[in-house]
Structure formats: structure tokens, C-alpha cells
Design a protein around this ligand. Structure first.
Ligand SMILES: [Zn+2]
Length: 74
């Protein structure tokens, strides 16, 4: 959905579950904050149809780390 930083400004996962409508129910304030979460802001480089393309300067975490976080297994 959108890149977010945690309270220590580290990239983290947007908490999504059925209770927050898989992230669509999360309400960030005008500064892009929701508790300790902060949206990573970037300048859109093209707009067409009803969406924007944005390049973020955050490197992706290796996929294996997401699996570890999701399952608790290495
Ligand atoms: Zn497009």
C-alpha cells in the first residue's frame, strides 16, 4: 500500500488485518502520521488515469526476512 517508518524511523510493515480492513481503514493525519507510524513521502513522477507513480528511495528488505516475520521461522 504505502511505505511506512516506525517510531525509530526504520522501514516497517503497515499493520494490516481484517479489523482495519486490511489497511484501508487506517487513518493517517495530515502530516502522514498514525501513532508511531509515518508515511514515507516522495514526489509523484507521473499521473495518469486515477493513480500516481512514485519511486521511493527505500531499499526493499530481503524476501526471506518477511517470511521470518510472518511465520516466525527461518
Ligand atoms: Zn500507471
Amino acid at each position: 500500500m504505502v511505505p511506512v517508518l516506525d517510531g525509530e524511523r526504520r522501514p516497517t510493515l503497515l499493520p494490516t488485518n481484517s479489523l482495519n480492513h486490511f489497511g484501508y481503514g487506517l487513518e493517517f493525519d495530515a502530516t502522514g502520521s498514525l501513532g508511531d507510524l509515518h508515511i514515507v513521502k516522495a514526489t509523484p513522477w507521473v499521473k495518469h488515469d486515477e493513480h500516481y507513480h512514485v519511486d521511493f528511495s527505500l531499499p526493499c528488505r530481503p524476501f526471506s526476512e518477511y517470511q521470518t516475520q510472518a511465520t516466525g521461522k527461518n
